[in-house]
Design a protein around this ligand. Structure first.
Ligand code: AMP
Length: 291
């Protein structure tokens, strides 16, 4: 076994691009349909649900584990982002993944790296307004991963609603031949969306964090009871969220499901979407609402 290709029972772990290309080439020459699940590791049931969806639809499932520095702002949690490769590999193995691509940072961003992709417009609102440059980093690394792995299908979570919207637009605009699947948000029993960042929450913050999903359900109840006035709904969401002094709201509102524009009035399917800091931990969530 070379240092860069470590075989587990059924799982190959690959750190360099030529080895990925060789394995994918071999699978494709066997006629395999290739699925990719891009992740930053610290895997949880949300990630595993994407792997299972890939397993159902594809003959060969690749997972990338890469904490992508270019999507973190200078004051964000890049350095302390949770990393546990051994545990992640065991989870991938159990999920029946065929290949894990776990590159080092210089493998993805060589010394003179200087090309970035930006999906204009969609990248500037909501998360993009709060985290300047975030989606430029996301779009760039996802396009690189697509070019390295060349999947037929790639799997993303609805949890990152704006991210999947941007990735679908990237593929549409740049003729990227990858089908994008969006899988439902996996939640704890009480409704908290699973996130790698939930490990940062202390017990009190964990209780308070429930207000994010509660604010989304409040918006849904109001819409389904006939309320169409978005400023009014937004106010109710904010009131619920800020009932605890531990919560700082970045945004909590209703948006159009495709354009991501904030609505003034509800007239059809919409998305309730929230981002807030609970203590020091920034969390996001969303819910698609049919009136
Ligand atoms: P991340 O590791 O945070 O970059 O997430 C990798 C993928 O997992 C993204 O497509 C996320 O949208 C997806 N994901 C994260 N959390 C969840 C969740 N609770 N349910 C479903 N998918 C998720």
């Amino acid at each position: 076994l070379s240092a860069s290709t470590i075989a587990r029972q059924n799982l190959m772990v690959v750190e360099n691009i030529p080895s990925v290309r060789a394995e994918i080439g071999a699978a494709r020459s066997r006629g395999a349909r290739i699925g990719l699940v891009p992740t930053m590791g610290a895997l949880h049931e949300g990630h595993l649900s994407l792997m299972r969806a890939a397993r159902r639809e594809c003959d060969f499932v690749a997972v990338s584990i890469f904490v992508n520095p270019t999507q973190f702002g200078p004051n964000e949690d890049y350095l302390k982002y949770p990393r546990d490769l051994a545990r992640d590999l065991a989870a991938c193995d159990t999920a029946g993944v065929d290949l894990v691509f776990h590159p080092a940072v210089p493998t993805i961003y060589h010394d003179d790296f200087n090309t970035f992709v930006t999906v204009e417009g969609l990248s500037n609102v909501l998360e993009g307004a709060c985290r300047p440059g975030h989606f430029r980093g996301v779009a760039t690394v996802v396009l690189k991963l697509f070019n390295i792995v060349t999947p037929d299908v790639a799997f993303f979570g609805q949890k990152d609603y704006q991210q999947q919207t941007i990735i679908r637009r990237l593929c549409h605009d740049l003729n990227v031949p990858v089908d994008i699947r969006v899988c439902p948000t996996i939640r704890e029993a009480d409704g908290l969306a699973l996130s790698s960042r939930n490990v940062y929450l202390n017990p009190e913050e964990r209780r308070v964090a429930l207000s994010l999903s509660r604010s989304l359900h409040l918006a849904q109840e109001l819409v389904q009871a006939g309320q169409t006035d978005v400023p009014r709904i937004r106010q109710r969401m904010h009131e619920l969220l800020t009932a605890s002094p531990l919560v700082q709201v970045d945004y909590a509102t209703l948006i159009h499901p495709e354009s991501l524009d904030e609505l003034v009035s509800v007239s059809g399917r919409c998305v309730a979407i929230v981002a807030a800091r609970v203590g020091q931990t920034r969390l996001i969530d969303n819910l698609v609402i049919d009136p």
